[in-house]
Structures are given as C-alpha cells and as structure tokens.
Design a protein around this ligand. Sequence first.
Ligand code: PGA
Length: 237
Amino acid sequence: MEIDIRNTYEELSQRAKDIIIQEIKKNERLLLCTATGGSPSETYHMLGNEYQKQPKLFDELRIIKLDEWGGMPMDHPSTCESYLQAHLLQPLHISASRYIGFNSDPEDPLIECQYIQEKLKREGPIDLCILGLGMNGHLAFNEPADFLHPNCHIAELTEESLQHPMAYEMSVKPTYGLTLGMADILHAKMILILIGGIHKRPIVGKFLSQRITSLVPASFLWLHPNVVCLIEKNAIE
Ligand code: PGA
C-alpha cells in the first residue's frame, strides 16, 4: 500500500483528482466506483471543474455507486443517490447507460442486490474504486463483524454508521444498507482510499497497524496489490 500523507484536505483532494484523471486518460471507458460522504466531496468538485476544461475526456466514463441507505426514497436529499447526482453524475454528464446504482427503496432488496451483482459481473471488474474510511473501520456498508460478505448484500447498519452526518440529518432513519461486498471491492484493479480529519485518528491508528481483522473491514486493503491511501496529516497522531 502506498501511504501518501498530505498537509491539507485541499492537497489530498488535488492528488486524488490527479490520480483519477490519469486513470481515465489511460482508459476512457474506466469503471469508477464512487463512495459518498465528506472524504471525496472536494475531489468530485475538482473533477467537475476538470469537466469544464476537457468535457470530451468524460464521454465514456462509467460509474458504479458503492453503497446506499436502504428504505429511503431515491430523491431524499440524504441518499447516496442524491449526493452522487449533485456531486458527480450531473457535473460530469454521466448518462443513465453509463451508471450502475442501487435503488434506495427497492420492492425486494435481495433482488436488487442480485441485479447490481449481475450488472457488475457484466461491466466489471471495477477499474478504480474510491473509498472512505468509516469511524468504525467499515468499508462501504461492510460493517465490523465476526465475518464479512464477498458480494452485494443487505447490511445491518451499526449505530456508528447511523451517526454518520448523512444519516444523522434524516428524520426517518434508513432501516438497512445496500452495499458492494468485500470481494467486489478487492477485485478492483486499483483502490484509492481518502482519509481526513482529527476525528478519524483512533481508527486510522488501527488501520495503519496492518492487523487484518473483520473487526476493521478496511484492514483487508492490506491484502490488495494496488492501493493508494491518501491521508490528511491531521488524521495521524
Ligand atoms: P466520510 O465517511 O467520508 O464522510 O468520513 C466515510 C464512511 O463513513 O465510510
């Protein structure tokens, strides 16, 4: 794993944006898996600015949503869908045919998982996967547990995940999570994990200890051959 420590969130985002652009230049049909939340927001904003300069570069880019809050209407302002629409899909003009994403309120969540899995099988593997680090060490909604799941699944959300700012603001809480599984993530050709903020220090310490445990799902990234971990300096003790 390449650990790259940056002085500010701005610098971290700049580096992340440069890596994404470099990968799109190598492969215009890149399948980019996108986390939501605070960590990648500025990176996505910078990608939007890049679109203004060179729109053609994004003509064939494909995007897959990493996870979603379950039981919420798609157009609820706090869904991952609304976030991605506003931060990435609209700014980069990603057409519906170049986007794969869980429905946040499916009739049958299990069938929804099978549907996304099938799409990933057809379009995948993921070329570049953008991740954040959960306060409890989760990756997407692969939550700390005795065992982890390889593929798309319905996740029981932990209290820590429900404390995330996206869910915290919801008056009616999501009842479950929908997420790509550990193998779906670890089969990505390249992974970029973005970590910032003093509040992440305790979990960053566990993550950097290289002790691989299902109690810190992000620790499995140490098994992957091509991970860049961008950390803001203030997230390290
Ligand atoms: P954050 O969320 O990017 O908002 O810190 C990461 C996560 O909880 O997975």
